[in-house]
Design a binder for this molecule. Sequence first.
Ligand SMILES: [Zn+2]
Ligand SMILES: [Zn+2]
Length: 328
Amino acid sequence: MMIPTLATASPALPRHAASAPDKSPDDARQSPEDLHVPKEYTTPLKDKLACGAVIGSGLWLGANIALQAAATGSLPGAVGVVAGSLAAMAAGHVTADLASGMFHHWIDNYPTYKTPIVGELAYEFQVHHHKMQELQEKTAWTNMADAGKYMWIPMAAVAAAGPHWAAQAFTLGFSAAGFVAQGSHRWSHQKNPPAIAKLMQKLHVIQSKENHAIHHRMPWADNYCIVNGMWNPLMTKTHFFRKWEKLIFQMTGREPHCWQDPGVKAFALGQINEEQFLKDQGMNRKIFHEIVKGRFDEEYARRQALRAEEARAREAAIEARTARPGDN
Ligand SMILES: [Zn+2]
Ligand SMILES: [Zn+2]
């Protein structure tokens, strides 16, 4: 359903490898709005394959639903299946927004980039708070492939099993939304997202800029839902995540990263009331900022240098290939 433009160009030094260190990495006002994918960035083949596998599995589910609609043998029967499928897809979409919030809260707050298996994904989510441009330095396809590389497997499994159309439509709605979540997130940061993204923002199929901007206020402790963000107001109002964090703390002893803001921790543990929390919020945010600032500078620079090195190696390989015929 969403077709962002694939960037195609020769690989070389990422633009921000040179420019990023000049900027203050933790400046909350820093905005990636006007940044674009460096023209040297190409969607890696593995990401194209992951996105292709998601789209292929989605079409497979859609074809299965169409076949079940046709098998009813009557027009009213087929219309019923199609209408029911749209409703099931919408339910999948709504569920995916909630799931995106639960997942985003966990990946932001519990693992670090050094955690086995999920470390890479934790890096992607957490570095984004410090360096929002990171998301824009790659294509939308690469952003969505982060989830897509896992997502096509359950999608294809459900399509292969071929259960009732309602189950397949729910799977389709849920996984399409999950796949698009990082695209939705990316576009919520852009002043001028693609036309299709703008339309979906207007229809609240994906998240609005205003809805996501709330997540970017330190200590990044609200508005975790990033499909269309519809659950965010309710979750904020009920302090859902503070209660959830307290429960996790009581059960495992683990504290979320956002508790480095002493006000968030005290409020979650019921040591202060909401009034006190709001009163001290400004001061506590400053304390939090002092604790976390510069946290990703070293790792970010290391990765940028690595990317530049890889780009140089690719370029050298291309040069060597093109130079050889002339040598003989
Ligand atoms: Zn986040
Ligand atoms: Zn963001």
